[in-house]
Design a protein around this ligand. Structure first.
Ligand code: G3P
Length: 225
C-alpha cells in the first residue's frame, strides 16, 4: 500500500519525501484554505517535490468541471484531478480521463458509487473512512467491500483510503487491500513510533559507548609504554 499525505503544507510534504516513504499527496479546498496559500502556486510547489498530487475541482456543472479539470491538469504532469461523485463530476471525469488526465473520484461513501467511478475509468476512487466512522458506519469495511467488488469484476481503478484519522485506520486499510492510504501528517509520523524501538536504540547507543570505552582502556597500557 502506497502512503500519501493529506495536506497542503509544503514542510510536511518535504519531511515525508526526506523520510523516503512518500508516494503522493492529496489536497482539498479545506486543506488549501488552512495552509493559507494560493491554490495554483501551492500545487505547483508540491508537484515539484513529489509525484501523484491530487488537486480538487470546485465548480459544479459538467462543462465547468471539464474546463477546470483541464486547467488543473495543465499546471503540472504530476497533477491528478479530483472530481466529486456526482453525475456532473463523473461526466466531466470521463471526458478528462479520455484526454489522458488521471482522475481521483472523491467523496465516495458506497460500493455502488465506487462502481460508478470505475465505469468512467477513474485512476482512483476515494472512500472517506473517518467520515463514515463519524456517523457510526464502518469506514474500513467500505474499503474492504470496494476492493472485493473491484477484484471480482477486474476493475483497475485504485482504491485510495481517505479521511484517515488514526494509525489504526492505516493498518486496517492495508488489511482491507487498499492500494493507497492518504493521511494527516501526525498520523504518518505516528506510524514510526514504538516504545521498543526507542528503548532498543538507547540500549545500542549505550552499549556502543561502553564497548569503545572498554577497548580504549585495554589499549591504554600499550600506548603508554
Ligand atoms: O482525503 C480526504 C480528507 O481530506 C478528508 O478528511 O478528516 O476532513 O474527513 P476529513
Amino acid at each position: 500500500m502506497k502512503l500519501y499525505l493529506d495536506t497542503a503544507e509544503l514542510s510536511e510534504v518535504e519531511s515525508g519525501v526526506r523520510w523516503g516513504i512518500l508516494d503522493g499527496v492529496t489536497t482539498n479546498p479545506t486543506l488549501v484554505m488552512r495552509a493559507g496559500k494560493d491554490h495554483e502556486e501551492q500545487i505547483k510547489k508540491i508537484c515539484g517535490i513529489v509525484g501523484n498530487v491530487s488537486a480538487e475541482c470546485v465548480t459544479e456543472s459538467r462543462d465547468d468541471l471539464i474546463a477546470e479539470g483541464r486547467r488543473l491538469a495543465a499546471w503540472h504532469k504530476n497533477v491528478i484531478v479530483k472530481v466529486p461523485l456526482t453525475p456532473d463530476g463523473l461526466g466531466a471525469g470521463r471526458v478528462l480521463a479520455g484526454e489522458g488526465v488521471r482522475i481521483n473520484v472523491t467523496l465516495c461513501f458506497s460500493v455502488n458509487q465506487a462502481l460508478l467511478a470505475a465505469a468512467i475509468g477513474a485512476w482512483c476512487v476515494s472512500p472517506f473512512v473517518g467520515r463514515l466512522d463519524d456517523i457510526n458506519e464502518d469506514g474500513v469495511g467500505l474499503v474492504r467491500d470496494i476492493v472485493k467488488a473491484y477484484r471480482e469484476t477486474g476493475v483497475k481503478t485504485k482504491v485510495l483510503s481517505a479521511s484517515i484519522r488514526t494509525p489504526m485506520h492505516v493498518t486496517q486499510s492495508a488489511h482491507a487491500g487498499a492500494d493507497i492510504a492518504t493521511m494527516p501528517f501526525k498520523v504518518l509520523e505516528s506510524m514510526f513510533k514504538h516504545p521498543l524501538t526507542d528503548k532498543g536504540l538507547a540500549a545500542f547507543a549505550e552499549d556502543y559507548k561502553k564497548g569503545r570505552a572498554a577497548l580504549a582502556a585495554k589499549k591504554e597500557p600499550a600506548a603508554s609504554r
